[in-house]
Design a protein around this ligand. Sequence first.
Ligand code: NAD
Length: 504
Amino acid sequence: MDLTSFSAGAQYIAGRLTPGTGDEPFRVVNPADGSTVQQVTLASTADVDHAVAAARAALPEWSGATPGARSEALTRLAAVLGEHAEEFARVETAQTGKPIKLSTEFDVPGTVDNTAFFAGAARNLEGKAAGEYSGDHTSYVRREAIGVVGSISPWNYPLQMAAWKILPAIAAGNTVVLKPAELTPLTSLMFARACTEAGIPDGVVNIVTGAGRTAGEHLVSHPDVAMVSFTGSTGVGKRVAELATATVKRTHLELGGKAPFVVFDDADLDAAVHGAVAASLINSGQDCTAATRAYVQRPLYRAFVDGVAELYRAIRLGDPLNPQTDLGPLVSYAHRDRVAGFVDRARSYATVVTGGAPGGKGHDGTDLGLGAYYQPTLITDAAQDSEVVQGEIFGPVLVVLPFDSDEDGLRLANDTPYGLAASAWTSNVHRSLRATREIAAGCVWVNDHIPIISEMPHGGYKSSGYGKDMSQYSLDEYTQVKHVMYDTTAVARKDWHRTIFGDR
Ligand code: NAD
């Protein structure tokens, strides 16, 4: 099957592509040059209703399938995704502008591995052992599917975010309606088509390509949606939580980040410098766990700033399809301007050491002016309470600040509303243990920053949200636990009744 043809429409409902019935056409744009990747019609609220109805219709059969049957389907899906790896990488790069080497080596294999992981996890529902805990009953727990899950994903890793939302939900027996970000719907649609090709029944995975305010809010508020799983900004996450509260839905919120990168004075400087460049520029910094604030203990501060600046200047911006390109454009011109706004405002209170401009000619001769490019930008001398230190810029921008005592470094690391991820760089085991204990974030790396694995959870503390993606923890989140209690006495007048009526 050719997964990349969308001529039949950009909604995927009940196992078929269909055109949206919203009134506005929408252009999926390649941010490397402004060309149109695909023209789509956005979903109306009626399309969302159809998708929810399809998911609801598919629920009894899918939730009633054995874990083994669901596992087999996911194993086939991993194979189908692997067979179409090249197309997924190409379309992901076209709609986001991310370098092809990142799509090929990170986004797509990560998704295949996640799928294989959830094929195994589907057969591994955990709970407390059955037992006679009261003495007079046998108790056990059932871990059951929740129902139709309404999922909403962002544009930064469209394929991986769709997979993180869909896989644990369907592994646990739920059915899904996913609304991808309107800028980047294409690989989510391809993923859903791959589900059908793998034999996952129609209606288990549905995609509505629509705007947040209309299709997104309608999905979150829908009475037949039992759970909402959202990945995106903290501001929209709050709105989603508010809407979900009205119908008492379970929510799972993966929100913004502003990850600190704490370098102690005994760290391997070369490792920290290289680590900071990679961790701040991955996906052009449009990564919720990207290193954004480096705190460097004073003895290493100057050498760290010089080292990062030198490597930043050598980064190769260019055509994202060129395998040698390190950095492509940002996802859109509007987002590029938003990032530039943060940097331009910072000039009045901080030092822009390098970058801070869209860029002229790429390493391969690409005219960067045609795309939404922005150079790697290093900022120093900013106050801790300034906008570039506190706000989520979501671009290739790193702020570096010095600190003196270990207490100060850890205090500054915790001093934003966010708590998604962080790293500590040190060769001292006690310092690293202290940092991993005291930094309030859902993930703390030691002497690295960014790697993720399917077996381990990803999710935030504080304003970065709650709930875990990937790992057995996320499977648990997409189930509800039922306590079943059997009387074992066969006695009509049970001892505990006397607390309500009669005497012993
Ligand atoms: P966003 O919040 O603007 O949009 C996310 C999704 O929500 C999109 O699909 C959008 O259409 C939809 N949406 C917008 N308004 C809505 C509304 N009123 N009701 C329902 N849905 C609505 O985020 P973005 O700009 O697409 O993505 C970047 C953000 O995502 C960053 O803040 C980043 O940190 C965050 N993010 C977090 C994680 C994580 O795991 N914590 C992962 C990736 C991205």
